[in-house]
Design a protein around this ligand. Structure first.
Ligand SMILES: [Zn+2]
Length: 343
């Protein structure tokens, strides 16, 4: 780890670079972007940046960025824990065994009191990807719980992972059974976890990290549109009633963007009205369902000819359907990256 004095000397310019990347978003692939992104993901500078973000969030929110709502089924509880500026960690509790699983617990100081209150036995952390706002708590949990298993994508190599996972792996924690899907695009090794709800008379629950959000998808930091589309299609094929628990509270901005692409989509308008009401009181908007997402999430609707028309792809009749879908996804992502800064 860098010493404090070293951090002082080199930290400020590096933080400036990271600030430019995450607030100004230089074009992905530009030299500045590549440099800052490398520092964030591969060096301790990323950790210091993460710690700064935690401190900023504490100053801004006394009690979390959102009011979380627990989902309760027969012997199963899923508790979203709002952390940092707009992230969600999830605590999944099997009430029959008091077994607990954490997804992306990046701010242990906020999560540990919840664990104490619920008196659960935490046996595992499921990490979706290497970015610090998702993996930044892994080391702490590994240190505090001697028998804990930290799962994460084998390709991403997130910090402190003890059990690398790959596509199709099934993780069984005394009846809490998760299937791993490899979903590269946001990072090269991003994975998502789907909890089998059947033993609890519940729908399945997808913990989608930064791959899929309510009405959005993650930025393609480390993957092409072709890769991202393939990964999104994996989720799109899931059952309609699958609950979607995303890594961030981005619903309002995402739906506003979707309306710029499909201004007359009734499902988008209805969801936007509901989300706006929820957010007036900072109430969490998760979960949605895969069935809902297919109706309004433009990143899952790249096969719609009306969207091709909006994007100027309607004359591209020579291309294969999947080729047009890749182009559509690429254009949608470019527009979304710019849209955020017009709000
Ligand atoms: Zn991320």
């Amino acid at each position: 780890m860098l010493s404090l004095s070293t951090t002082g000397i080199i930290g400020i310019p590096l933080f400036v670079i990271l600030y430019l990347i995450y607030r100004r978003m230089p074009k992905a692939g530009s030299p500045l972007f590549r440099l800052g992104y490398m520092l964030y993901t591969r060096t301790k500078v990323g950790y210091f940046y993460h710690r700064r973000e935690l401190a900023k969030a504490r100053q801004k929110y006394d009690d979390g960025h959102s009011v979380a709502q627990m989902a309760e089924f027969d012997g199963l509880r899923i508790i979203p824990i709002p952390i940092i500026m707009d992230n969600y960690c999830y605590l999944i509790v099997d009430d029959r065994t008091q077994t607990g699983i954490l997804v992306d617990p990046a701010d242990p100081d906020l999560i540990l009191p919840v664990l104490k209150k619920e008196s659960v036995n935490i046996v595992a952390v499921l990490c979706t990807h290497k970015h610090w706002d998702h993996s930044g708590g892994n080391s702490t949990f590994k240190r505090l719980y001697s028998n804990i298993k930290i799962y994460g994508g084998a390709v991403d190599r997130a910090q402190a992972v003890t059990h690398p996972v790959a596509d199709g792996d099934v993780l069984d924690f005394s009846g809490l059974k998760f299937t791993v899907n490899f979903t590269p695009g946001h990072t090269v090794g991003h994975v998502v976890y789907t909890l089998n709800g059947a033993p609890f008379n519940a729908p399945d629950s997808l913990f989608s990290g930064d791959h899929l959000f309510l009405a959005g998808c993650g930025r393609m930091f480390e993957g092409s549109s072709t890769t991202m589309l393939r990964s999104l299609d994996v989720l799109c094929a899931m059952k309609d009633d699958t609950l979607v628990w995303p890594g961030h509270e981005y619903a309002k901005d995402n739906l506003e963007f979707c309306l710029t692409i499909e201004p007359n989509n009734d499902a988008t308008m209805a969801k936007k009205a509901w989300v706006t009401e929820q957010r007036k009181n900072r109430i969490s908007t998760c979960p949605s369902t895969i069935g809902e997402e297919r109706r309004y999430n433009v990143f899952l609707r790249t096969g719609e000819s009306s969207i091709w028309e909006t994007l100027g792809l309607d004359n591209d009749t020579e291309s294969e359907r999947d080729t047009i879908r890749v182009k559509a996804l690429s254009l949608l992502r470019q527009r979304k990256d710019k849209f955020k800064y017009k709000l």
